[in-house]
Write a protein that binds this ligand. Structure first.
Ligand SMILES: *Cc1c(COP(=O)(O)O)cnc(C)c1O
Length: 410
């Protein structure tokens, strides 16, 4: 059944897709994409694409390399492996949710040996266990460590500098690869300062664009590993994409013309605001959501998945309400408030009734105070309408966080 079949009068007006990707696309990005097809052989497009490269690197905080693919996040996942690993190589997969599991399964499907440390569904990566696993690898079989910075299913945020430090302490030479698809341009991430070799990300979350572009940032060390491989599948090879001699080599074929204009506008928005300010905005808005959730929890069954604020993403918040409460609430908001919340992922099988006990709020990218306060107020209205007990004063608590953050200069 389509959503429109159930929409009530209160859901009119502009809707808000508050799921953790695809995220809200700003009008400025949409407008930039709304144009006739440009010449792909000479002229403005060619000059414009060159300007994207440094501006992307400034978001990733790297001076190293970037390759752009016409792909979603799964494509970028695959590209990372294709350039650094050969069948039979071993990777250490650090799993904090469904996305970490998915990336490790892809490694298996590409013929890699996978050692997994699963930290469960409500904990970040424990660097001490990473260090122990690397120390135990006396033969240095592990070629890469896979870390999901923010696992979008659990909203677990892992401490990348601590993981780097654990790797350094073990003296192990493996590459550090980070899935930043959820966290890019939302949660602080500093590729070079944190010693990360490969970042995997995509266009449709913090970058505020439609799905369709996958991005890989890679260090000189990773580039060296690539040069040592005897064969890399031509489409995924990052060599010419990162250092093209001809324009078409950026994309190994026709350029994703309109996405590139969208990306130019999105990067303009990010750098006009400032990367630090973008992170600070996400932090403040996330804390408003946490403040409301804490108050609701005091008088009811709603819970945030990540108990410790230090382990929570600023891009997405995973919550639970006993089944089928989470689904009831999602349906209520969609039908009566024009807000779409994210489904729970990876907490239960969709066929299990418990699946209806989880939901997520996406707060990544083009999100401001009134959007977050509107989502929170809509959730409160939904819980009231559905007679779900909840603590009183959550909206005031969220508004207070916004007010104090604004006064402190965010
Ligand atoms: C969204 C997401 C993915 C998958 O991206 P797709 O574009 O759906 O392929 C992978 N990892 C994380 C952490 C994500 O948030």
């Amino acid at each position: 059944m389509g959503i429109s079949d159930t929409q009530g009068a209160l859901a009119g007006g502009r809707s808000y897709l508050a799921i953790p990707g695809p995220s809200v696309v700003p009008d400025r990005v949409l407008s930039a994409m709304h144009r006739a097809s440009p010449n792909i052989y000479q002229g403005a497009l060619i000059d414009m694409v060159d300007t994207l490269i440094p501006d992307l690197k400034r978001v990733a905080r790297t001076d190293a390399h970037v390759a752009i693919y016409m792909a979603n996040g799964h494509g970028a996942w695959e590209a990372a492996f294709a350039n650094t690993l050969a069948p039979g190589d071993t990777v250490l997969a650090l799993v904090t949710g469904r996305f970490g599991l998915g990336w490790s399964q892809m490694a298996r499907d590409m013929g890699l040996e996978v050692e997994t440390i699963d930290f469960g569904r409500a904990s970040p990566i424990d660097p001490a266990q990473v260090e122990a696993a690397l120390r135990a690898d006396k033969d240095r079989k592990i070629k890469a460590v896979l870390a999901t910075h923010v696992d979008t299913s659990t909203s677990a945020l892992s401490d990348m500098p601590a993981i780097r430090a654990a790797m350094d302490a073990s003296g192990h030479p493996a590459l550090l690869m980070a899935d930043c698809i959820a966290s890019f341009a939302c949660d602080r991430f500093e590729m070079d300062a944190w010693g990360v070799d490969v970042i995997v990300t995509g266009s449709q979350k913090g970058l505020m664009m439609p799905p369709g572009l996958g991005l890989l940032f890679f260090s000189e060390k990773a580039a060296e590993v690539r040069r040592g491989l005897s064969r890399v599948s031509p489409y995924w090879d990052w060599t010419l994409r990162a250092n093209p001699e001809e324009f078409y080599q950026y994309f190994f074929g026709t350029a994703p013309t309109h996405h590139l204009y969208g990306m130019r506008a999105a990067l303009d928005m990010i750098h006009e605001e400032g990367v630090e300010a973008v992170w600070a905005r996400h932090d403040l808005l996330a804390r408003a959501i946490w403040a409301a959730s804490d108050v609701w929890s005091e008088g009811g069954a709603l819970r945030m998945n990540m108990a410790n604020p230090a382990h929570r993403s600023r891009a997405v918040t995973a919550l639970s309400l006993p089944a089928p409460g989470a689904s009831d609430l999602r349906f209520w908001l969609e039908a009566n408030a024009g807000v779409t919340l994210g489904v729970g992922l990876g907490m239960a099988e969709p066929s299990d009734p418990a699946w209806h006990g989880f939901f997520r709020i996406g707060h990544m990218g083009h999100v401001n105070a009134h959007m977050v306060l509107g989502v929170l107020a809509s959730i409160e209205a939904g819980m009231s309408a559905l007679k779900m007990p909840h603590g009183q004063g959550a909206l005031g608590a969220a508004a207070q966080v916004i007010a104090e953050g604004q006064a402190q200069g965010v």
